[in-house]
Design a protein around this ligand. Structure first.
Ligand code: GLC
Length: 736
């Protein structure tokens, strides 16, 4: 349709039609087997609301969605098609590593390819929109939703958000295999007080803009068709009704002109926040903030007619939102073809096809981070190896947001090992239940209530000890359960479950050759593991091909190269911890950190156990001192910072060379380091390569005291190394 035809359609629509275009319902109103991803409330939805609603979330399947669309269109007065939306966070049916694991690849373009695959599978199943990418910056491992982010760095998050948006949307939303992206959760949702989900967010405007907004903006600049509001307040006002945040920052400053959708019932939650007196007030505030779609609160449908009649809401305000929704449907080509790519035959061809599984396995391999290796990895296939832990036979290796993934498509670690060269000398033993008896968990479609009597646990532990005693090497597959991360899963204790810790201790007592493969949706406190394990490989929640990818790494067929996108804290008491902190007036001085009047803890170090950007490989790399093309530059000029990277080990490997900049003195304090660029280099043993980074004015700009992004004259340090802990630096000046 042309813009004029859309305008004509808008004029023909009744008020009810317009109001219900702004209403989104869960699929349960159209069928009984949709995925409910938020709290159900009394919504007072009528049959008319259902027949006129603009979009549906939580349903998939070509045949089902075609049938629903057909029936809906037959009844709709103006044949306006339904939008079908769903959370496709890390794959549709072919499930990829959780986004935090994708962040560890330091390969945004790979995540772009994964997003494309997810879009191909989802669109063939009838979907038009995904509620992804999550662009929330995270620093607090207690918050369970860190698993949906790509970590603690604004620059890295921006690259991943941009790549995912482009992957989902392609060049044109009408293209086969394209779905609309939805950047979320705007804004600052990743900074809840005390790491408790849905809690208050207290951010200065400066921090919000310097650290938290860049990745959302990158997604919007990449053309994201939707943005989702966040549950939290920003400066005391719930985001969903926050006109400054949504009208001034999102629409005016960032230029977003797409569809703004609330999070699940977030409009109603403004009442519980104490910001709105009642549902009518909530409808008014959200509409004035420019929220176009009410997800599952039913508040717009219930109150807009009254608000229009009373003159509290103008028709212009409603028309503005409805037009954006119609434009989105038009960009997807739904007026010409309301079924878009929904096709049962296509579904069968693309879902879980070999190409998709192959890329999923590549992504999983690249997501793994080797934290420790005391010459114990890769495994010696000739040695008798015991695989012990609840993850040896756990089939579901998917993140908790994998709503449509199916564990029947996944191999267990035991199956993968037996299907590899490692199987010859392998024995297996669960050793313990996943969780302690006092833990019960709920997911979106499954829940856990494991009750294993102590004597049964004791029997499992004893068997594990015996198995370990009779092995030369032990690979322990441990970690938090998949349902211990994701939405509403904040944890005050971020260690592995106690029963698994007991298993680990008992195995280490009888065998000192222990490797831990750690499954997690967040950085964990793994101090006790690091003290005794000789090897630690973080596998995150690696998805459909995760187990095979793990055997690729354990066997040495693939040398791990992942880098931490989020710091692993020394312990939970250190949280939030992140590399790009401010120096403070008592900055880190080597050897002085434990002096009395320093910014320190009495009982733990300041530094995380493993820092952002850290990760080992099966070889070693040397990085030469930083060489600069000049010691000064003007704003119009540039400096090239170079190092020689050499593979000093005896196997091929990949290093992610990272460049950080520190603005030594500025009109507002600056982080001690900021990631500005990185490059992955793959080198044969003995091979070396020059790696150069260009430093221009762009890399030096920051949010100054003038409230604008600008550089300031003065001295800068440039660091180049294999993690954020590098001290390999040189100094240059920005001059007139
Ligand atoms: C949830 C989440 C959001 C998700 C939405 C729809 O509450 O906060 O990320 O996209 O509901 O499932």
């Amino acid at each position: 349709m042309t813009k004029q035809e859309l305008r004509n359609l808008l004029e023909e629509m009744s008020l009810e039609e317009k109001i219900d275009q702004m209403n989104q319902l869960a699929g349960g109103f159209f069928t009984e087997d949709s995925v409910i991803t938020g709290p159900m409330a009394e919504m007072g939805i009528t049959e008319e609301n259902i027949s006129l609603t603009g979009s549906v979330l939580g349903l998939s399947g070509a045949a089902l969605l075609k049938e629903i669309q057909k029936k809906y269109m037959e009844k709709h007065p103006h044949k306006i098609p339904l939008l079908f939306m769903m959370d496709i966070i890390n794959g549709f049916k072919t499930i990829f590593p959780i986004p935090l694991g994708q962040g560890a690849t330091f390969e945004p373009e790979l995540s772009g390819r994964l997003a494309r695959i997810a879009a191909r599978e989802a669109s063939a199943s009838g979907l038009h929109v995904t509620f992804s990418p999550m662009a929330d910056l995270v620093r607090d491992a207690r918050w369970g939703r860190v698993m949906e982010s790509t970590g603690e760095d604004p620059y890295l998050n921006s690259l991943f958000t941009e790549a995912m948006v482009k992957g989902y949307q392609g060049e044109d939303l009408r293209e086969e295999g394209s779905i609309a992206a939805c950047v979320k959760h705007f804004a600052g949702y990743g900074a809840p007080d005390a790491g408790r989900d849905y809690n208050t967010v207290e951010l200065s405007s400066h921090s919000l803009r310097e650290f938290y907004l860049p990745a959302y903006e990158a997604g919007i600049c990449a053309g994201s068709a939707l943005v989702m509001t966040s549950f939290n307040t920003i400066e005391g006002v719930p985001a969903t009704g926050n006109r400054h945040l949504m009208r001034k920052i999102l629409r005016e400053e960032m230029g977003f002109d797409g569809v703004l959708i609330s999070d699940w019932a977030a409009i109603e939650e403004m009442i519980f926040h104490g910001y709105c007196r009642n549902r009518k007030d909530a409808a008014l505030r959200a509409a004035r903030a420019g929220v176009d779609i009410d997800m599952m609160a039913g508040i717009y449908s219930e109150n807009f007619r009254k608000l229009v009649q009373s003159g509290e809401i103008s028709m212009e305000l409603i028309d503005e939102s409805v037009m954006r929704i119609l434009e989105l449907k038009n960009k997807l080509g739904l007026f010409e073809n309301p079924y878009k790519d929904a096709d049962e035959q296509k579904e069968k061809e693309v879902i879980l096809c070999r190409e998709h599984r192959t890329l999923a396995r590549e992504a999983a391999r690249k997501s793994f981070v080797l934290l420790k290796n005391e010459e114990i990895l890769p495994l010696d296939k000739k040695k008798k190896t015991a695989y012990i832990g609840p993850y040896t036979e756990r089939r579901n290796l998917m993140g908790s947001w994998s709503l449509t993934g199916d564990e029947k498509d996944i191999a267990t670690l035991k199956e993968a090992v037996m299907n590899s060269a490692l199987g010859e000398n392998a024995v297996f033993c669960c050793g313990s239940p996943m969780l302690d008896n006092d833990v019960s968990l709920e997911g979106f479609q499954d829940c856990i209530k494991e009750e294993i009597p102590r004597e049964e646990q004791e029997r499992m532990l004893a068997k594990a000890e015996e198995t370990a005693r009779n092995a030369e090497i032990v690979v322990m597959a441990l970690g938090e359960d998949r349902l211990q991360s994701g939405e509403a899963t904040s944890r005050a204790d971020i260690q592995i479950p106690g029963i698994q810790q007991e298993l680990f201790e008992r195995v280490c007592r009888v065998n000192h050759q222990v490797i831990v493969v750690l499954f997690c949706g967040r950085p964990l406190d793994i101090r006790k593991i690091a003290e005794k394990a000789k090897g630690i490989l973080v596998a995150w929640l690696p998805g459909t091909e995760g187990a095979g990818a793990i055997t690729d790494v354990l066997s040495g067929d693939y040398s791990p190269c992942g880098k931490l996108p989020m710091s692993f804290p020394y312990c939970v008491g250190q949280v939030p911890v992140h590399y790009n902190e401010y120096a403070t007036g008592r900055p880190h001085v080597p050897g002085k950190d434990k002096d009395r009047f320093r910014s320190k803890y009495l009982d733990i170090p300041n530094t995380p156990l493993y820092p952002f950007g850290y990760g080992l490989s099966y070889t070693e790399f040397s990085i030469s001192p930083v060489e600069l093309s000049s010691s000064s530059m003007t704003r119009q000029g540039q400096i090239t910072a170079s190092v020689m990277v050499r593979n000093t080990g005896n196997v091929k490997g990949t290093e992610t060379v990272q460049m950080y900049i520190h603005d030594i003195a500025a009109s507002v304090v600056r982080p001690v380091k900021e990631l500005k660029s990185f490059l992955k280099v793959t080198l044969e043993p003995g091979e070396e390569q020059k790696v150069s980074f260009a430093i221009t004015d762009r890399e030096l700009r920051f949010l100054s005291e003038n409230g604008i992004w600008e550089s300031e004259l003065g001295e800068f340090e440039v660091f180049i190394g294999g993690s954020s802990a590098t001290e390999n630096a040189a100094v240059f000046s920005l001059t007139l």
